[in-house]
Design a protein around this ligand. Structure first.
Ligand code: DX5
Ligand code: ZN
Length: 219
């Protein structure tokens, strides 16, 4: 049985005390730190870029998982790796040359991730699955933290798990958006191995315990 990976999203962290929140993740059972980069064009919100990524890198030894919500990500892949990204995920939507973009990420020395928005059919992954280390299935429309989980995601995770099984790859299925201790078990049961959680972790009374609680949802 693959063990669960929890990836707290720093989008919900306290940026005035970012060091504290990174240290919290560092001392927790989370394996990954999820870093959401938004440019205000690909999604209607702007988050942060390289300086924050560098600050995260300086304060953690965890796997840094960068989720790019920017146009033309191919311009910046090498710089994200240089500044600390261990994995980079790019969206299927809006990127015309997915095959080459995924190869570019691996060639730059990072794990490659492909992200699917809630409306994108899951079967589009079939012919690039061998180039993907992580398949990120969005369970909200990207752009903002704190949104409500879209329940149809569970069936999409099952479909992805089936395709991955048929193709025989060891792709990690990651889910992102509105994840909490109430829906985590169903996602793990459907075949997810990595859950991203922002608000649920950082708005909880005890983020450290909440991370452990999410991890324990994988039976
Ligand atoms: C949304 C981001 C998410 C976000 C999740 O576009 O990709 O990673 O931080 O936040 P919550 O867990 O609050 O939905
Ligand atoms: Zn994300």
């Amino acid at each position: 049985m693959t063990s669960a990976i929890i990836a707290p999203s720093i989008l919900a962290a306290d940026f005035a005390n970012l060091k504290n929140d990174i240290e919290l993740i560092q001392n927790s059972e989370a394996e990954w730190v999820h870093v959401d980069v938004m440019d205000g064009v690909f999604v209607p919100n702007i988050s942060f870029g390289f300086p924050i990524l560098k600050a995260v890198k300086k304060n953690t030894t965890k796997f840094i998982d960068v989720h790019l919500m920017i146009v033309k990500p191919e311009r910046y892949i090498e710089q994200f790796v240089k500044d600390g990204a261990n994995g980079i995920s790019v969206h299927y939507e809006g990127n015309l040359h997915i095959h080459s973009l995924l190869s570019q990420i691996r060639n730059a020395g990072a794990k490659a991730g492909l992200v699917l928005n809630p409306h994108t059919p899951v079967h589009v992954i079939k012919d690039v699955l061998h180039l993907i280390d992580t398949l990120l299935i969005m369970s909200v429309n990207p752009g903002f933290g704190g949104q409500k989980f879209i329940p149809e995601t569970i069936a999409r995770v099952k479909e992805a798990a089936q395709i991955i099984k048929e193709k025989g790859t060891s792709t990690i299925i990651q889910v992102d958006g509105g994840i909490n201790a109430e829906n985590a078990t169903s996602l793990f049961n459907a075949g997810a191995t990595c859950l991203v959680a922002g608000s649920a972790v950082f708005k909880s009374n005890n983020p450290l315990e909440y991370i452990a609680q999410l991890k324990a949802c994988k039976k």
